[in-house]
Design a binder for this molecule. Structure first.
Ligand code: S3P
Length: 425
């Protein structure tokens, strides 16, 4: 796929559903009694992997495109699948489902694609094992494939070294089935969609500071879920709208949960003209329309507690920083190395190929902005967020940018290129 400089981007866009919330709506809907009707479900490959896993465990799921109906079977209603469960490219599927499977009365093997088989699973294996789970890495390398044999679990208070919603959620889901209370303390608060939706489905969940707690549930109850637009997908249009001169874009019904909205604060710190309109709440999640107008940006410093609130947006923020005046420093973002690709390495290599002045650091990068970028051939490493980031960078660079593996955007945003083209007309 090739990109060149574009004319102003103008118009309105409905951003597809939030990936994290879509996953959870299938998982928790499957464990609930009764029906869960999900609107604006993300039809990305990751969420379809979650649907396929639960169908294999006997859950009836009607996927009608925009809406999905899950016929939950209750907390102890999952059945042993006939085959290995394939989580595809999805870390959320792999890690969250492990917490659920640790407590079932059957054994199962989980696997995924080449990227998933390299991602660290010890971070969930350790706490789940402390709870009594039998979970093994079949290659002995702390990665998938994972063999899980359901066991009786006991509540623990786990202090996690990383701020990770996937780790926290795996433990809380195991805690639904455990004897006694389960608590997770993180260094910083990570996204809290599990806590919000579990509560919405009737679970006894509470939070205090950076600690989330859950008591075992007798049942969860199905409910209607309206999935907000994914702020991580909106991020590419926020960046494009700010960077392409003369642009004005209205992004409709986007989730602005404070554990996810760090990109808005960073953009404002950089001098962005962003306005939130029509603030609302859907199924416990705050939403707004986001109005973005092209702006002159300057560098900023990003680190500490804001990192988990914008972890998936850091690639596109790094690209934005190349077009901002002055220096941008990103620190405390070592987690980027264990995402779908090593996002520090891949960003630094590809931005440098476009002529950016960027240095890799131990836990982030330093970008000296203001140099014009030129087109280059970009290896996306089949990482959806890298492909979308460089599509945006390509719209602002001199000459042609070619993205290899561009189709990987299907993981989180199947219509991304069409939406981008529509705004450019
Ligand atoms: C996710 C949590 C984040 C994020 C991922 C989705 C989730 O990962 O990067 O894209 O749905 O819980 P970590 O919590 O491991 O940082």
């Amino acid at each position: 796929m090739k990109f060149t400089k574009t004319s102003p981007l103008r118009g309105e866009l409905s951003i597809p559903g939030d990936k994290s919330i879509s996953h959870r709506s299938i998982m928790f809907g499957s464990l609930a009694k009764g029906t869960t009707e999900i609107t604006n479900f993300l039809q990305g490959a990751d969420c379809l992997s979650t649907i396929a896993c639960f169908e294999k465990m006997g859950i009836g799921i009607e996927n009608n495109g925009d809406s999905v109906i899950v016929h939950g079977n209750g907390l102890i209603g999952l059945k042993k699948p006939d085959t290995i469960l394939d989580c595809g490219n999805s870390g959320t599927t792999t890690r969250l489902i492990s917490g659920i499977l640790a407590a079932q009365d059957f054994d199962v093997t989980l696997t995924g694609d080449d990227s998933i088989k390299k991602r660290p699973m010890k971070r969930i294996m350790d706490p789940l094992s402390h709870m009594g789970a039998d979970i093994r890495s079949l290659e002995g390398n702390g990665c998938a494939p994972l063999a899980i044999t359901g066991k009786k679990l006991y509540g623990i208070h786990y202090t996690s070294k990383v701020a990770s919603a996937q780790v926290k959620s795996a433990i809380l889901l195991a805690g639904l089935y455990a004897e006694g209370e389960t608590k997770v303390t993180e260094p910083y608060v990570s996204r809290n969609h599990s806590e919000i939706m579990l509560k919405y489905f009737g679970a006894d969940v509470s939070t205090e500071g950076t600690t989330a707690s859950i008591r075992p549930a007798k049942e969860l109850y199905g409910n209607r879920i309206v999935v907000p637009g994914d702020i991580s997908s909106a991020a590419f249009f926020i960046a494009a709208g700010l960077l392409v001169p003369g642009s004005e874009i209205l992004l409709k019904h986007v989730g602005i949960n404070p554990t996810r909205d760090g990109i808005l604060s960073v953009c404002r710190d950089m001098g962005a003209d962003i306005t939130l309109l029509n603030k609302n709440t859907d199924s416990g999640e705050p939403t707004a329309d986001i109005l973005v107008k092209s702006s002159t940006l300057h560098g900023t410093e990003i680190g500490g507690s804001i990192i988990p609130t914008l972890i998936d947006e850091l690639p596109v923020i790094a690209a934005m920083a190349c077009f901002a005046e002055g220096e941008t420093v990103i620190r405390d973002a070592g987690e980027l190395k264990v995402k779908e690709s090593n996002r520090i390495e891949v960003m630094v290599r590809n931005l440098s190929a476009m002529g950016a002045d960027v240095t890799e650091t131990e836990d982030g990068m330093i970008i000296r902005g203001g140099r014009p970028l030129h087109g280059a051939v970009i290896d996306s490493k089949l990482d959806h967020r890298i492909a979308m980031t460089f599509a945006v960078a390509g719209l602002c660079a001199e000459g042609e940018t070619e993205i290899k593996g561009a189709e990987c955007v299907n993981i989180s945003y199947p219509g991304f290129y069409q939406d981008l083209e529509r705004l450019g007309r």
